[in-house]
Ligand binder design. Structure first.
Ligand SMILES: O=C(O)C1=C[C@@H](OP(=O)(O)O)[C@@H](O)[C@H](O)C1
Ligand SMILES: C=C(OP(=O)(O)O)C(=O)O
Length: 439
């Protein structure tokens, strides 16, 4: 832990109640800045996530000459510069902790004829980048990585890119989006086939900006050389942030909580499917479409959970929610088994190992496997855990206190600001007994 880090101290018990709206969707916020910057005209975004990750994307585009006002109360106004209006930033673009910024920008910038270096913090600099530089190289891009295939990424100018027909080796929306964004600048057609459905915000938003796409089954294709037309974007609340509250209310007797305006894109709703299979009581109401993305209000009430074998087809649909789901499993009755989730090992931390270590420190029988975990439920003790600078680990262990029998202290929590800057205020307003201290 760094000397000026944030620790959470969470007291056990309590219940989550009331009504709240979690901050804007991180994936959609990133993409609104990227496409708004390349569009012709003015894009107005509301509900933008003012977290460090989406701000890293916003600042990168400012550095490349895009005039962006805000964010102020979630409102951002982007004066699009058109497909070829970006300029070189002069020095490296620091993308902090954000994998989405780095992987999507590598594609978006590969064919711009600019010389740009992308850097990140220690966590981002240890995450695999060949999964994006390999397909980009097939398109004719020149991007240098370290020997280990990690950032910094040095993007060299090239004359042009060529469209490819690419089959993703891993189910990854970041890789799919990277190739599609490079395809905007490529000659001919670019197609991506995914092994399993992953979040489709890039595809939906491209269409919202007037760009034609062809989708058939797991394959999506676009022609390079088109243009984007500015539009307004209302970013829904992030289901990945709502997930902590869905789990917290499900495990805390007496809970009855409404989460408003939650993004319910079917490529993101695995957390609801999995929690319901475990016995959770989640009611979906007021379903509506907001700018091409489905949105609803969710009412979640305490219900006794049971352990399950998590269906593998749900893994990409809940990929960021497993730290929270592991906590649900620890509080459930019986065994929960997760397989097919090796991608969790290459997120902001190794989310299988770090969660298993933390759960064991809280007295839970949690056995990590190469691609998942086996957890014997039954509740947790108090204790001290380390989030390893991973926002989702910190917030998951905070919710764990709702079914623990002692205080939980969580180290290294500053990173919560990457996706959920208001977490402590919203969680304590709903009934979690949490305090944050900087030391
Ligand atoms: O495209 C995106 O916005 C994201 C895709 C996912 O990553 P992968 O594509 O690496 O699975 C997810 O974990 C990340 O938080 C956001
Ligand atoms: C994996 C995540 O984000 P990123 O890949 O953008 O760092 C996340 O937010 O859980």
């Amino acid at each position: 832990m760094s000397p000026t880090d944030t620790r959470f101290h969470v007291r056990p018990g309590g219940a989550l109640q009331g009504k709240l709206r979690v901050p804007g969707d991180k994936s959609i916020s990133h993409r609104s800045i990227m496409l708004g910057s390349l569009a012709e005209g003015i894009t107005r975004v509301s509900g933008f996530l003012e977290g460090e990750d989406s701000l890293a994307t916003l600042n990168a585009f400012r550095r490349m000459g895009v005039h962006i006002q805000g964010p102020e109360d979630g409102k951002v106004t982007i004066q699009g510069v058109g497909m070829h209006g970006l300029r070189g930033p002069g020095a490296a673009l620091d993308l902090g902790n954000s994998g989405t910024s780095m992987r999507l920008l590598s594609g978006l910038l590969a064919g711009q004829g600019l010389d740009i270096t992308l850097t990140g913090d220690d966590s981002l600099s240890s995450r695999p980048m060949r999964r994006v530089t390999d397909p980009l190289a097939l398109m004719g891009a020149r991007i240098e990585t370290t020997e280990a295939g990690t950032a910094p990424l040095h993007i060299r100018p090239v004359e042009s890119l060529q469209g490819i027909d690419y089959r993703l080796p891993v189910a990854s929306a970041q890789v799919k989006s990277c190739v599609l964004l490079a395809g905007l600048y490529a000659r001919g057609e670019t197609c991506v086939t995914e092994p399993a459905p992953t979040r489709d915000h890039t595809e939906r938003m491209l269409q919202g900006f007037g760009y034609e796409l062809h989708k058939e089954g797991g394959r999506v294709c676009l022609q390079g050389g088109g243009k984007l037309v500015a539009c307004d974007i209302d970013v829904p609340a992030d289901i990945s942030s709502a997930a902590f509250f869905l789990v917290g209310a499900s495990i805390a007797p007496g809970s009855d909580l409404v989460l408003e305006h939650v993004g319910m894109n079917p490529t993101r709703d695995g957390v609801i499917t999995i929690l319901r299979l475990m016995g959770a009581d989640i009611e979906v109401s007021n379903e509506r479409d907001v700018g091409g993305e489905p949105v609803a209000d969710l009412r979640v009430r305490y219900a006794p959970l049971k352990g399950i074998r998590i269906p593998e087809d749900q893994v990409p649909l809940a990929i960021d929610e497993f730290p929270a789901l592991f906590v649900a499993a620890a509080c459930a009755e019986g065994e929960t088994v997760l397989t097919g989730a090796e991608e969790l090992r290459v997120k902001e931390s190794d989310r299988i190992q770090v969660m298993a270590d933390g759960l064991r420190a809280l007295g839970v029988d949690a056995r990590p496997t190469p691609d998942g975990m086996v957890i014997q439920g039954g509740g947790l003790q108090g204790g001290e855990v380390d989030s390893h600078g991973d926002h989702r680990i910190a917030m998951s262990f905070a919710m764990a206190a709702l079914c623990a029998n002692g205080d939980i202290r969580i180290n290294d929590c500053a990173n919560v600001n990457t996706s959920f800057p208001d977490f402590v205020r919203l969680a304590s307003g709903a009934g979690l007994s949490i305090e944050a201290a900087n030391d």
